[in-house]
Design a protein around this ligand. Structure first.
Ligand SMILES: Nc1ncnc2c1ncn2[C@@H]1O[C@H](COP(=O)(O)OP(=O)(O)O)[C@@H](O)[C@H]1O
Ligand SMILES: [Mg+2]
Length: 383
């Protein structure tokens, strides 16, 4: 038989060779445009993002900033105009048909929306069994028990045979989560899962997410609620289709998103080798430094040139603010710790201008300046 006549074997999705083993999600230069009569509208303007396995990540941003569009790139519900999306080591768009993607999605990720989207004519149990039927996972006879176990896990076993309308909205969302976990996916993606719930139900959902994360699942959740972002490992801010550098949002959380985005674009990225000097005592400081990676030692020197490490700063912390806000010269030596250090350096003029526009940030920084100066003086007297 000629090989050309053979029906092509259904191709498996392509493993992405560049994907890092720790990464669950990798977005590379993702651009999403929508076209309408008025022209082309760019919603995602070149997003690079890596989310590692086991991370619990929240995504926030103003309404219309592109949060749902970003999630839809990860779930394969929509597709990027340009760029690459790798999820669980699989390039989900290159050379993949819609039905392959849909099958892959069923096995690899669970999705939860703000409005639960349970099928109204099916019981909670039947709703939870649906994904297993769809991708044909688990033996037919096993499915009801597995669905029941999932409902038990979310505290709904007593309601298993009820239709969705007969339980509360919080319970409907719990059932939707049980359904999302039906095929035991390594990744759960949730778009404002608590947006339609009271505080208590929202808390139940987050506790459940925390439990999944402790079992090794990866969770990405869009939320409006600032009280939830503090419970995730990482918070990503999207502003007008662009991601804010996390070193900036962690260092200056009070800043407006548009200022954070401006800093993301202006700040210069610098790398220092272990032990390398970043600032010397008495050097004029002209930048505000935010630490992206590694640890920085703040070192004091006494009259006899003896050194003492006053403190260490890590990712999400900053230095240089004392000099920029109080006077020009560095009051200590600042050095990279025993690993390479990556910082963002923001020019003095930009820092000063934005501090004037954001009194809340200036006030928060002034408090930290005072605390650090106090610690510094005590250490100086001791040495
Ligand atoms: N299918 C679509 N067609 C045209 N424009 C869209 C479409 N989906 C989203 N948009 C636009 O993209 C922008 C971002 O939308 P979205 O990602 O839903 O924002 P968010 O979830 O942050 O509120 C909005 O201006 C929205 O109107
Ligand atoms: Mg949205």
């Amino acid at each position: 038989m000629k090989s050309t006549l053979r029906t092509p074997r259904k191709a498996d999705l392509v493993r992405d060779s560049e994907s890092h083993p720790d990464a669950m999600i990798e977005l590379r230069g993702v651009i999403k445009q929508f076209s309408n009569a008025a022209g082309v509208f760019t919603v995602l303007k070149g997003v690079d993002l890596t989310i590692n396995r086991g991370e619990f990540v929240s995504i926030v941003g103003k309404s219309g900033s592109g949060k749902s569009t970003l999630l839809n790139m990860v779930t394969g519900i929509d597709h990027p105009t340009y760029g690459q999306v790798v999820v669980n080591a699989t390039d989900i768009y290159t050379g993949v048909t819609e039905s392959q993607r849909s099958n892959w999605r069923g096995k690899n990720l669970g999705i939860v929306f703000q409005f639960f989207q349970l099928l109204p004519m099916l019981t909670l149990l039947e709703n939870v069994m649906l994904p297993m039927d769809y991708v044909d996972m688990y033996d037919f006879d096993e499915r009801p028990q597995r669905a029941m176990d999932l409902l038990k896990l979310v505290g709904l076993e007593k309601f298993a045979n009820k239709l969705p309308v007969l339980v509360s909205t919080g319970q409907q969302q719990l059932a939707a989560i049980a359904r999302a976990m039906a095929c035991d996916p390594p990744l759960l993606v949730a778009d404002e899962p608590t947006g339609n719930l009271d505080t208590r139900s929202a808390d139940t959902i987050i506790q459940l997410f925390e439990q999944f994360v402790s079992q090794g699942k990866t969770i990405v959740m869009v939320t409006h609620d600032p009280s939830l972002t503090s419970r995730t490992h990482r918070n990503i801010i999207i502003s007008d289709g662009e991601l804010i550098d996390e070193a900036i949002s962690r260092s200056l959380p009070q800043l407006r998103h548009r200022h954070m985005l401006e800093f993301t674009k202006i700040a210069e990225r610098r790398t220092y080798q272990p032990g390398e000097t970043i600032l010397s005592r008495d050097e004029i400081v002209n930048h505000f430094f935010m630490i992206k990676q590694g640890q920085v030692d703040i070192v004091l020197q006494n009259n006899h040139s003896k050194e003492a490490v006053l403190s260490n700063l890590g990712a999400g912390e900053f230095f240089g603010e004392i000099e920029l806000m109080r006077g020009g010269k560095s009051i200590a030596n600042v050095r990279a710790g025993n690993k390479p250090v990556e910082v963002l350096a923001l020019p003095r003029a930009d820092f000063t201008r934005v501090m004037e526009e954001s009194p809340i940030t200036a006030e928060a920084l002034a408090k930290i300046v005072q605390k650090r100066l106090d610690a510094h003086q005590i250490a100086d007297r001791r040495s």
